[in-house]
Design a protein around this ligand. Structure first.
Ligand SMILES: O=C(O)c1ccccc1NCC(=O)[C@H](O)[C@H](O)COP(=O)(O)O
Length: 262
């Protein structure tokens, strides 16, 4: 079984269990549900935007433990101070060591910055959860959902005031998944079948195929400032980066160094 299939199987069980504890109706009365969201699309197209979507990532299936010594508040506040355009906070626990509490702590510590809830969305319940925990953006992974599911979940997110980052890995996923309920397309460079890719060739290959009306984000395996400069030439406005920052003792400083060297 592929790692994505394993994650999705586990996620469906987790969501069923969560639903049995708190109903969506109750979620709608909690936390940040009524809050107005920040727009990632607006943040990325500002002339002075760094475009960096900086991720808080403790561990991953491809790398194991990356950094479990730092708190979510210190990392995310340092990212914002260094110029992150957006934060990404993982809420998947079994595979990435993230929690809902991480997300809520990041939200409270960074009230003025867009934050992506990074998880494997398989059910509308998770979209409602995302709004309640203070998310501005959700991730929909084309490899994990059929076009009708993407449309349904994307429209639900939009109806709640959130944006969707649609993640694709290849031409087929891109062509079958785009719609007017999406404004931001992320090309994930990591090959989830064997974790072989360690470069951004997939982003370069798909760049021309993404219609101009969508904001392009390159995700994963971005190892240095030179890569960001190259991706900008292909029209990318956003750069989702986790490991390159998190593997250091000071992820915020690492982000600043990227920007200073670009
Ligand atoms: O990171 C993984 O190993 C991984 C494995 C299976 C599914 C998804 C995975 N990563 C999710 C991501 O999208 C990345 O965390 C994100 O793009 C940042 O990537 P990186 O800069 O390479 O840490």
């Amino acid at each position: 079984m592929s790692i994505l299939a394993t994650i999705l199987e586990s996620k469906k069980k987790e969501v069923a269990e969560r639903k049995s504890r708190v109903s969506s109706k109750d979620l709608e009365k909690t936390g940040f549900f009524a809050r107005n969201c920040h727009a990632l699309s607006t943040s990325l197209v500002q002339p002075a935007s760094t475009g960096i979507i900086a991720e808080f990532k403790r561990k991953s299936p491809s790398k194991g433990v990356i950094n479990d010594a730092l708190t979510v508040e210190e990392v995310t506040q340092a990212y914002v101070a260094s110029g992150a355009a957006c934060l990404s906070v993982l809420t998947d626990y079994p595979f990435f060591g993230g929690t809902d509490q991480d997300f809520e702590l990041a939200r409270r510590a960074n009230p003025n910055t867009p934050i992506l809830r990074k998880d494997f969305m398989v059910d509308e319940y998770q979209i409602i959860e995302a709004k309640a925990m203070g998310a501005d953006v959700i991730l929909l992974i084309a490899a994990a959902l059929n076009p009708d599911e993407i449309k349904h979940l994307g429209n639900l997110a939009r109806s709640l005031g959130m944006e969707t980052l649609l993640e694709v890995h290849d031409e087929q996923e891109l062509d079958r998944s785009l719609g007017d309920f999406i404004s931001i397309v992320g090309v994930n460079n990591r090959n989830l079948k064997n974790f072989s890719e360690q470069n951004v060739e997939t982003s370069k290959r798909l760049a021309e195929r993404i219609p101009q009306s969508f904001i392009k984000v390159s995700e994963s395996c971005i190892s240095g400032p030179k890569t960001i400069s190259e991706l900008r030439e292909y029209g990318y406005r956003g750069f989702l980066i986790g490991e390159s920052f998190m593997k250091t003792d000071a992820p915020g400083k690492a982000l600043l160094e990227f920007l200073n060297q670009e």
